[in-house]
Design a protein around this ligand. Structure first.
Ligand SMILES: [Zn+2]
Ligand SMILES: [Zn+2]
Length: 100
């Protein structure tokens, strides 16, 4: 009996075990909740580039939209500061006392 060997070509890039579409779940912040980072493993392996503005340091909140995230921050008295390169979160600025 003859056996046939079926060879599968390797994928162009191995799927990353540490992230979802280039973003890896990283932790939970007491103000913004769960957040992601641009996957350091993918950046190191050259699968994706680090943001030239923040070098991949910006956080990406798991909140579904920027609008609802901004409202979430405002409810807690903060305004988000976003990276101009990747629109990730770089920091939170206290809104300050708005009472007349
Ligand atoms: Zn990755
Ligand atoms: Zn950035």
């Amino acid at each position: 009996m003859r056996t046939r060997r079926i060879l599968h070509p390797p994928p162009a890039t191995q799927p990353c075990r540490y992230c979802i579409d280039g973003y890896t779940p990283t932790g939970t912040h007491h103000l913004i909740g769960p957040y992601y980072l641009a996957c350091p493993t993918c950046i190191t392996n050259g699968v994706r580039d680090a943001c030239p503005s923040c070098a991949g340091l910006a956080l990406f909140p798991a909140e579904s939209s920027l609008r609802s995230f901004s409202h979430h921050c405002a409810d807690q008295g903060y305004r988000p500061v976003l990276c101009q390169g990747c629109y990730g979160l770089l920091g939170l600025i206290p809104i300050g006392d708005q009472t007349p």
